[in-house]
Design a protein around this ligand. Structure first.
Ligand code: NIG
Ligand code: FE
Length: 418
């Protein structure tokens, strides 16, 4: 194959988030973004091959190289959104209005709304319609700087509908520019048919759905909503042990609605990540640190549901690798904007802008086991690079509610949006 080169020059500020081979950053290292002023990047066949000054790189450039003048823009790695529920049908603005009147997320769920209302709409949707909706959302995410995204099933809750969702996710992974990671979340809620027979649903998950999904490699991860009113630690353990036995990696939704024991379970099972953690205790934090589990915080959920924030400072200061994701879904966070998540993390969780950037890039990649490929701008990694029309990187989370993306480069290709 002929060598395809792209030279990106005149970058005012290049935020590399370089980690020199480490999968994530922890503690004070999270503030070290490896910023280079007046930088040039050379990309070869979709991978970053050199970073330096224009003069340094001149000798490596072929005659037919594509040249992109960044015109003094700021470059960051593409965002890695490691937790979304982006495949869904229907929307829930009625619940948003009910919360404005004082109802809580749990009250709305108990009255038949919540996850189960999206399950109803998603079961009814065709695979084709679901895929069209999701592909458009992925385009939107790219235009807002997200180049890698994890997507969960979990709005089907029966074998056919869960498989329909996973097939959509796998089709998107093959056909869309975005790097897509698939997660099976059959244990998102108990479906109405199994309301009075929870063990029956766990049997269905373990004996029918998981083996089929593992055999057809429809999901890399298995996740469980281990929380008050949803799956208990014992039920979650059974599902996750079975998934691990079948070769799947583990994630856990935990400690969102109350102290659930989910963080201890994630530590016990050596999950790749445990997500939410609004109610995690110091004991839970120590467990995560010991077993090297990434803590994925979802500030958009706390903001949107107005229910309190995860203890980001205690987690970071205890040395746990912290990631931030959007949790984009129609119920608890109808936003996929990673800069907005950073703004909320800085204003409500007392994270520094530098920690927020590390959490949305390198540490997000770690939450997907992908940090050898994406999450930082370093030689050998995929050239997933976003140019922003901002004076410096701190401006990104500061000027919130606007899209500052100027150019999206995915795997070395400059994307055009119509
Ligand atoms: O991650 N917490 C559980 N599940 C989603 C919410 C899904 C929904 O409300 O539709 C979450 O917040
Ligand atoms: Fe979620």
């Amino acid at each position: 194959m002929a060598m395809r080169q792209l030279l990106i020059k005149n970058i005012n500020q290049l935020v590399t988030v370089a980690s020199a081979g480490k999968p994530w950053k922890t503690g004070t290292e999270m503030r070290n973004l490896g910023v280079i002023e007046n930088a040039t990047i050379l990309v070869e066949n979709g991978k970053i091959s050199a970073i330096g000054s224009e003069k340094d790189l001149a000798k490596s450039i072929l005659k037919d190289a594509e040249i992109l003048d960044a015109s003094d823009r700021v470059a960051l790695p593409g965002f890695v959104d490691s937790h979304t529920h982006l495949v869904f049908a229907g929307t829930r603005e009625n619940e948003f209005a009910m919360r404005a009147e004082g109802k809580t997320y749990q009250e709305i769920a108990e009255q038949g709304g919540g996850i189960l209302s999206t399950v109803k709409a998603t079961r009814q949707a065709t695979k084709r319609d679901l895929k069209k909706l999701a592909a458009r959302r992925l385009d939107d995410l790219l235009q807002h700087g997200t180049t890698t995204v994890e997507i969960k099933s979990g709005y089907g809750l029966d074998p056919d509908s869960e498989i329909k969702m996973l097939e959509v996710i796998n089709d998107l992974a093959k056909e869309h520019y975005t790097t897509v990671v698939s997660t099976f979340l059959g244990a998102h809620a108990f479906p109405p048919e199994y309301k009075s027979n929870p063990d029956g649903y766990i049997n269905l998950l373990c004996e029918r759905m998981l083996p089929y999904i593992a055999k057809r490699k429809l999901a890399e991860f298995c996740d469980v909503f281990c929380d008050r009113g949803y799956f208990s630690p014992d039920q979650s353990r059974r599902i996750l042990n079975e998934a691990a036995r079948l070769g799947m990696k583990i994630k856990v939704h935990a400690e969102e609605l109350g102290p659930s024991g989910g963080a201890d379970l994630a530590a016990e099972l050596h999950a790749v990540s445990v997500d939410h953690l609004e109610h995690i205790t110091q004991q839970g934090i120590d467990g995560l640190k010991k077993s090297g589990v990434v803590a994925t915080l979802l500030p958009g959920v706390s903001f949107f549901l107005n229910h309190g924030y995860a203890p980001a400072r205690a987690l970071i200061d205890s040395g746990v690798p912290v990631a931030i994701a959007s949790d984009f879904n129609p119920g608890s966070c109808m936003s996929f904007s990673m800069p907005l998540m950073m703004t909320v993390a800085c204003t409500h969780m007392k994270m520094s802008p530098e920690e927020a950037i590390t959490s949305c890039t390198l540490n997000g990649a770690a939450a997907l086991g992908l940090s050898s490929r994406v999450g930082s701008i370093e030689v050998g990694k995929d050239a997933d690079i976003i140019l922003y029309d901002i004076p410096n990187y701190r401006y990104l989370a500061y000027h919130f509610g606007a899209n500052h993306v100027a150019t999206v480069i995915k795997h070395g290709t400059i994307l055009e949006f119509s």
